[in-house]
Design a protein around this ligand. Structure first.
Ligand code: XIL
Length: 376
C-alpha cells in the first residue's frame, strides 16, 4: 500500500477514535442531565407528545422525555377533533395526563392548537339543521370552545398556539373560519384566549415562516390586533425543515423580522426531513398527500453515513443560529422525540422511513444530539 494511503487510513482512524471519544464523553455528560440542562441558560427545549404515548404511558419513553426536555406540546391530543369529537362530548383524559406530567416534571406545557382549519369536525361550522353558521353564531361557538379548554387549564398551560396556519401563499387562507367569520376570527380568538387565561403566552403558529410574504401577512395581522388592544405575545415558527432548505439566511431573516415587530420567537415543531422532496409542496401544507413510490423511500434499511453527517450538520447549523439569537427565542421544540414516532414517516407520503429527530428508533441519541449538546 502506498505510504500516503497508509498515512490517510491511520489519520482517519485517529480522527474516528477521537470523535468516538468526544461523542461518548459528551454522550455521558448530556445523558446524565439531558438537553434541558444543556440549554437552560438559552431557551426552553421541548418535544411533542404523541397521543399513543399518553395512552400507553410507556415509562421508558416518558423517563427519556422528562430527562431531556423542559417543554411539552400535545402532538394531537388537544386539537378540536381529538379533545371534542362531538359538540357535547369532551374527552379530557389524555390532555389531563399531559398537563399533569408537565407539572410533575416542572415543564412548560404548550397547548396546541385552538383555532385551525385541520383536525376540526365539520359539524363545528353548521347548525343542527345543517345550515352553515353565520358570523355571530360561529364566533360564539369559538368563544365557548376557547373558554372551556383554556379555562380548564388556567395557570397550568403556559403557552397557547391560539391560531394555527391562517395564511397560505401570502394571503388569508380560505378556511371555514375565514369564510364564515371574515378576518376578525383571528383577533377574536386571541381576545377570547386572553380572557380565559390572562397569564398565558399567546402565539400565532405557522409553517413556511421564512417566506417574506407570509412574514408580512403575519406581522400586519398581529399589528392590527394590537392596535385594538388585543394581546399576541409571539409567533411560532413550525420549522419542518429539510436537509437543504430553507436556507439559514431565510430563517435568520424571519427571526429578525419577528423580533423587530416586538414578537417573541418560538421554534415550535422542529424536525429535519432527509427523504427525497416532492415538487410543489411548501413546508407543511397538511392537505397535501402523495402516492408512495420505492424511489421516494431510499433509506428503509438504514441511513447512509453520509446522510447522517448531513443531518448532524443541519441540526448543528440551526442550533448555532438559535443560540446566536437566544435573546429573541423563548423556546425550541422538536416535533417528537425518536424517529419511529415522527409524523414525517407518513407525510407527505405514507409509509416511508424517515430520520428527522434527535433519537433513533432504539431511543438512542443520534450524532445530531451530540453535536448540538457540544455547542454548549
Ligand atoms: C401533525 C401530527 O404530527 C400528525 O400526527 C397528525 O396526523 C397531523 O398533524 N403543523 C401542525 C401540527 O401545526 O399540528 C401538525 O401535526 C404538523 C403540521
Amino acid at each position: 500500500m502506498p505510504s500516503s494511503r497508509r498515512q490517510f487510513i491511520k489519520s482517519a482512524a485517529a480522527i474516528g477514535s477521537l470523535m468516538a471519544l468526544k461523542f461518548s464523553s459528551l454522550a455521558s455528560a448530556a445523558a446524565a442531565t439531558g438537553l434541558r440542562q444543556v440549554f437552560k441558560d438559552d431557551f426552553s427545549i421541548g418535544t411533542a407528545i404523541p397521543t399513543k404515548l399518553l395512552a400507553s404511558r410507556d415509562a421508558g419513553k416518558l423517563d427519556l422525555v422528562a430527562r431531556e426536555f423542559s417543554a411539552i406540546t400535545a402532538e394531537n391530543a388537544m386539537k378540536w377533533q381529538e379533545i371534542r369529537p362531538e359538540l357535547n362530548k369532551w374527552r379530557w383524559t389524555l390532555a389531563d395526563r399531559l398537563v399533569d406530567f408537565g407539572a410533575e416534571h416542572r415543564m412548560q406545557v404548550v397547548g396546541h392548537a385552538l383555532v385551525w382549519h385541520s383536525q376540526v369536525p365539520d359539524a363545528v361550522f353548521f347548525d343542527a339543521s345543517g345550515k352553515p353558521l353565520g358570523k355571530k353564531a360561529l364566533l360564539a361557538r369559538m368563544e365557548e370552545h376557547i373558554n372551556t379548554l383554556v379555562g380548564r387549564y388556567q395557570g397550568q398551560i403556559a403557552i397557547w398556539d391560539v391560531v394555527n396556519e391562517a395564511f397560505a401563499a401570502g394571503r388569508w387562507r380560505k378556511s371555514r373560519w375565514f369564510n364564515q367569520i371574515g378576518k376578525d376570527y383571528f383577533e377574536q380568538a386571541f381576545r377570547y384566549a386572553h380572557e380565559a387565561d390572562p397569564k398565558a403566552q399567546l402565539i400565532y403558529n405557522d409553517y413556511g415562516m421564512g417566506n417574506p410574504k407570509k412574514q408580512q401577512s403575519v406581522i400586519s395581522a398581529i399589528k392590527a390586533c394590537r392596535a385594538r388592544g388585543v394581546k399576541v405575545h409571539g409567533v411560532g415558527m413550525q420549522s419542518h425543515l429539510h436537509l437543504d432548505g430553507p436556507s439559514l439566511r431565510n430563517i435568520e431573516k424571519a427571526i429578525l423580522a419577528f423580533a423587530k415587530a416586538d414578537l417573541r420567537v418560538h421554534i415550535t415543531e422542529l424536525d429535519v426531513d432527509v427523504l427525497p422532496q416532492i415538487d410543489n409542496y411548501d413546508g407543511a401544507e397538511i392537505s397535501t398527500d402523495f402516492a408512495y413510490a420505492e424511489e421516494l423511500n431510499p433509506y428503509a434499511k438504514g441511513l447512509p453515513a453520509k446522510v447522517q453527517q448531513q443531518l448532524t450538520r443541519r441540526y448543528e447549523d440551526v442550533f448555532k443560529l438559535y443560540i446566536k439569537h437566544k435573546d429573541k427565542i423563548d423556546r425550541v421544540s422538536l416535533w417528537g422525540t425518536s424517529d419511529d414516532e415522527s409524523w414525517k414517516n407518513n407525510w407527505p407520503v405514507k409509509g416511508r422511513t424517515n430520520y428527522p429527530l434527535l433519537f433513533d428508533r432504539n431511543r438512542q441519541p443520534k450524532p445530531a444530539y451530540h453535536a448540538i449538546a457540544n455547542l454548549r
